[in-house]
Design a protein around this ligand. Structure first.
Ligand SMILES: [Zn+2]
Length: 234
């Protein structure tokens, strides 16, 4: 059976997204997806909870995390526990592998996506990379998705695709089609023979809203942390 997966999307467990995981489920079904990889920024709690809640459901959830390494972003798929941000890329890759996960590089060469992985570091970790994102619906320049696919083909890597959704209307804007699988390694094998799709790119101003939301929520958190630190006696 052929399954349709959006491999890169966010929920409100990400600092720059307000969509609760339950709404993603509705949106994913509406978009005709059979599965999703929930890849919150530096968080995995939402993905693990959703995977557990849907374990007997027909919507498959791959628990993932988009990790801000010291050298740029790397996604781990099929993770069991959170990997902290701020580690060197090589260390992050080792931790993904130690959990039996797959190393997935999002928007590897995208201009206008500041946290993308640094090029010399990508070349260094490339032998351990399993998947390169060949279509990201948020990448501002379409040619950068072409360049990403060329990179994957040149190095014999499986090609992934995802909406990178942060708003409900974005889920399912890009996906891969793979045959049924039973393990991360089998998924990778299927992906090598799979196909990627992505027609509608998300307008760049939507990323601008995400960026603003992130700033507001981080400022709000910092304010609350200050209040807690002050304590009730001050
Ligand atoms: Zn993302």
């Amino acid at each position: 059976m052929t399954l349709r997966f959006d491999l890169h999307l966010h929920s409100h467990y990400s600092v720059d997204c307000l969509v609760p995981p339950e709404r993603i489920v509705e949106a994913a079904r509406r978009a005709g997806l059979d599965g999703i990889a929930l890849t919150d920024h530096n968080e995995i709690e939402g993905a693990l909870r959703l995977a557990e809640a849907l374990k007997d459901d027909d919507l498959y959830v791959i628990p993932g995390e988009e990790i801000a390494t010291r050298d740029g972003e790397i996604i781990g798929l099929f993770l069991k526990e959170r990997i902290p941000s701020g580690l060197p890329a090589r260390e992050t890759v080792s931790r993904i592998k130690a959990q039996g996960g797959l190393v997935y590089i999002p928007h590897p060469v995208a201009r206008g996506v500041p946290p993308r992985i640094r090029w010399p570091v990508l070349l260094e970790i490339l032998p351990d990379v399993d998947i390169i994102e060949g279509f990201n619906a948020r990448v501002p320049l379409a040619t950068d998705n072409h360049r990403a696919r060329a990179l994957a083909l040149a190095h014999g890597k499986a090609i992934g695709a995802g909406s990178d959704a942060h708003f409900a209307f974005e889920y399912g804007r890009a996906w891969v089609e793979v045959e049924t699988f039973h393990s991360p390694q089998e998924f990778l094998e299927r992906l090598r023979h799979g196909r990627i799709f992505g027609e509608r790119r998300t307008p760049y101003w939507v990323s601008g809203i995400t960026w603003t939301l992130k700033r507001i929520r981080l400022a709000w958190r910092a304010l609350n942390a200050r209040r807690i630190n002050c304590g009730p006696n001050h």
